[in-house]
Ligand binder design. Structure first.
Ligand SMILES: *[C@@H]1O[C@H](CO)[C@@H](O)[C@H](O)[C@H]1NC(C)=O
Ligand SMILES: *[C@@H]1O[C@H](CO)[C@@H](O)[C@H](O)[C@H]1NC(C)=O
Ligand SMILES: *[C@@H]1O[C@H](CO)[C@@H](O)[C@H](O)[C@H]1NC(C)=O
Ligand SMILES: *[C@@H]1O[C@H](CO)[C@@H](O)[C@H](O)[C@H]1NC(C)=O
Length: 463
């Protein structure tokens, strides 16, 4: 992070808490000042020497209290204490910054998306709903409105500044890729990524960089179980619960931010192994009738924990790293996957119109629980690892209209086309609802940056 940038981030934060802080300081200082004048007016100034009131350096004070204070030093100290309290309150979630982005509504908006099929070249055919001729465009005119705050529009400059000289990695399945491609399209509006490498079947591992002044790196690692897994010819996956997938794990220390996004592969037929024996299977089929069915939620919990542990153990002790896990985003198949109109909705659900399903609730729950525990553990250990939940489950559940459906090929629109109709009611059109995931991601990163810069100010002062 450039020093200039840090100052900017800090300034922005100060603007945000400044008003609250000054008001708080005034209210807190009034009685204290009164008390002070009562106590010290008639008593000789034995407390006036600096020994009892070690005043921090003006630099530290500025960093912490946001304003250079041209007032007597003892009062400065009181202000500092008030600032301490204010920061604590801020951390407890009173402030805007701790807005719960997961709870809200989709509201109609006249402002369309920031990019389209012409301006972004990175949209793959399967998600290019505009390019494939999806006739309705209403799905593009909704914004996510959290209950507690306003979700800022995606600011590509700000995002690029945050990832300046950093490496942000998306790790997971095709929804991780969907989110990554949305992010690339959003960023392409201000700077063009350069593809640095791609390999693997269907280029499942790719890396881009953004040129100076940003020098940022974005990459994607295909790892739908996060642990080692193999396709078999018998049509099921072999998943090794105690072997983390080295293809991403071996590169952890090159990453500054990680976005994990998994879930859907747990619904596929699989045999799960641990410590050299079979734990059980899922969707076992007749081949594996000897194994017991394991709950997919337990498997999801195990791999989430394994990935978090891997990060905690492998990341060098003093490194700063941001790790967000995206919660489950359900599909919206209503009809057969190979008939036209498998997801025919053209509007979001209204709040309460559709109950959130059991699977998505449970998939979300295991992730939230694991990440919350991990966040607490690293905080107690004083590590600089930030674990966050990118909680999109509700946003996603409410958007049956955001999928390509049968507009996964351009020729669906051809005159006289009679099928076959293959439908995708799982991934998201680009542009589409998934762009909001990245707006929320930016807010989580912003919050992390603010707190890191405040902490650094505090550390400087304590030194
Ligand atoms: C696509 O976006 C570009 C750039 O914002 C704009 O000039 C163009 O009119 C858009 N095209 C369509 C079809 O909306
Ligand atoms: C983009 O979509 C429009 C329809 O919205 C279509 O006319 C145009 O050919 C598409 N452009 C590309 C480059 O796919
Ligand atoms: C950005 O990358 C270029 C080329 O890799 C390098 O020459 C330049 O010094 C980098 N800039 C910063 C600010 O790190
Ligand atoms: C199931 O277990 C029995 C007894 O251990 C064994 O003979 C059989 O081959 C197993 N079947 C499969 C499909 O693994």
């Amino acid at each position: 992070m450039g020093a200039v940038y840090q100052q900017e981030a800090h300034k922005e934060y100060c603007k945000h808490v400044g008003k609250k802080l000054i008001l708080g300081a005034i209210y807190a200082l009034l009685p204290l000042a009164l008390l002070h004048s009562l106590l010290f007016r008639s008593i000789p100034s034995q407390h006036d020497d600096d020994q009892d009131y070690s005043i921090p350096s003006s630099q530290g004070l500025r960093a912490f209290a946001c304003e250079p204070l041209g007032v007597p030093r003892r009062v400065s100290l009181l202000v500092l204490r008030v600032a301490c309290v204010a920061k604590k309150i801020e951390e407890k979630g009173v402030g805007l910054q701790h807005c719960d982005y997961s709870n809200g509504d989709w509201v109609a908006s006249t402002q369309g998306p920031k990019y389209n099929n012409t301006s972004c070249k990175m949209i793959r055919t399967g998600q290019n709903c505009l390019g494939n001729g999806r006739p309705d465009t209403g799905y593009l005119y909704w914004r996510w409105q959290p209950r507690e705050c306003k979700l800022n529009e995606f600011d590509p400059h700000l995002f690029l500044k945050f990832i300046e000289k950093r490496h942000i990695a998306f790790i997971g399945d095709s929804l991780a890729r969907n989110q990554l491609e949305s992010l690339l399209c959003l960023l392409t509006t201000v700077s063009s990524p350069v593809l640095k490498y791609q390999y693997g079947e269907d280029n499942k591992f790719r890396r881009w960089t953004f040129d100076p002044p940003y020098n940022a790196t974005i990459s994607i690692y295909w790892s739908p179980f996060l642990v080692k897994a193999m396709d078999t010819t018998q049509g099921h996956n072999k998943v090794y619960m105690d072997s983390i997938d080295k293809r991403w794990a071996s590169e952890i220390n090159t990453m500054d931010m990680i976005i994990f996004s998994i879930g859907h592969w747990f619904n596929k037929p699989a045999i799960f192994y641990e410590n050299g024996r079979v734990l059980g299977c899922h969707n076992c089929g007749t081949d594996n009738s000897n194994h017991t069915e394991v709950g997919i939620f337990d498997m999801m919990r195990k791999v989430t924990r394994a990935a978090i542990d891997e990060v905690s153990e492998r990341v060098y002790k003093h490194r700063e790293i941001f790790v967000a896990t995206t919660t489950f985003s359900p599909d919206h198949f209503e009809g057969a996957w190979d008939k036209a109109g498998a997801c025919p909705k053209v509007k979001p659900y209204e709040d309460g119109e559709k109950e959130i399903g059991y699977v998505e609730r449970e998939m979300r729950r295991v992730v939230v629980e694991e990440v919350e525990v991990a966040a607490k553990v690293v905080e107690e250990k004083g590590r600089r690892i930030r674990f966050e939940i990118l909680d999109v489950m509700k946003l996603a559940s409410m958007r049956p209209d955001g999928h390509p459906g049968h507009y996964i090929h351009p020729y669906v629109m051809a005159k006289g086309y009679k099928g076959p109709f293959h439908n995708d009611c799982l991934h998201w059109c680009l542009p589409g609802p998934i762009d909001a995931w990245n707006e929320i991601l930016l807010e989580l990163i912003k919050r992390w940056e603010h707190e890191e810069s405040l902490n650094k100010g505090l550390v400087r002062w304590l030194d």
